[in-house]
Design a protein around this ligand. Structure first.
Ligand SMILES: [Zn+2]
Length: 259
């Protein structure tokens, strides 16, 4: 028997639909058995972008089998909005704000690290490896490639909508509610390791002196070091530039909240 269901996508999930299908109920006909996840992805909407599914007004999971006459409503993340008596898609919260980025998002990875977020990135990885890291380390996968997010093993992720890295950074902060969690200059821009202050009276402090340019030593006495790769940081002019960058990202966040 041929089944007929209607489906409607809400909010930014419409970004994945063609113009004539957006913001309205759509008819869908199929034979056999179909899960909500299959139904959603038949519209090229990655399941990881979905936070809530209602079937005939009741919360449902991805594995729910849809039946003839069902009405399916699909919602993206709600941010801080109270959504009442419905059950969102259950996902592990362990990952928090830990990300893994695909090979095309190197600048975004750098910006996230500057703001103190754990942003795993390596330009040499292929898609299966990125998906594996997202799964095994419970990281949020950021990409501009829809097919990468449609892999079954990927539980959490986002298609980055913007092309400009500055806007991309704002987009990530907004989507994952991280505007208040920025902790600048705590993570190595080069390798994503954490940065720690080197105590003034330590042996390590003495040893690192030989790596500091004389022009810096003359005015700077505080240094930090990446505990993973050993890169040394100090408050030079690059700090000012990075502070300006963070200010700009936060401004974009504030502007987009006004809209
Ligand atoms: Zn490092």
């Amino acid at each position: 028997m041929k089944s007929h269901v209607t489906i409607r996508f809400y909010g930014e999930l419409n970004d994945f639909l063609d113009a004539k299908s957006r913001q309205k109920e759509q008819d869908c006909y199929f034979y056999g058995i179909r899960s909500v996840k299959d139904l959603i992805e038949s519209f090229s909407v990655p399941h990881v972008e979905v936070d809530l599914i209602l079937v005939n007004g009741e919360s449902a999971g991805f594995e729910h089998i849809v039946g003839d006459g069902d009405r399916v409503s699909v919602y993206p993340g709600f941010g801080g909005i109270e959504i009442g008596e419905v059950t969102k898609i259950q996902r592990s919260e362990q990952g928090g704000s830990r990300f893994v980025l695909d090979v095309h998002l190197g600048t975004l990875a750098r910006y996230l690290r500057i703001m103190g977020f754990d942003a795993d990135y390596d330009s040499q990885r292929d898609d299966p490896e990125i998906a594996r890291i997202a799964y095994e380390e419970d990281r949020i996968l950021l990409t501009r490639d829809r097919r990468l997010l449609m892999r079954n093993s990927v539980e959490r992720g986002r298609i980055i909508r913007n092309k400009d890295p500055l806007l991309q950074a704002s987009e990530v902060l907004e989507r994952f509610g991280l505007c208040g969690n920025i902790n600048p200059f705590t993570r190595c821009i080069q390798c994503n390791g954490t940065i720690e202050s080197v105590p003034f009276d330590s042996q390590e402090y003495k040893e690192l002196q030989e790596h500091i340019p004389p022009g810096v030593k003359s005015w700077c006495s505080e240094y930090q070091r990446c505990i993973r790769c050993g890169k040394i940081y100090w408050r030079g002019s690059h700090y000012d530039n990075m502070e300006k960058l963070i200010d700009r990202i936060m401004e974009v966040c504030a502007e987009s909240r006004k809209i």
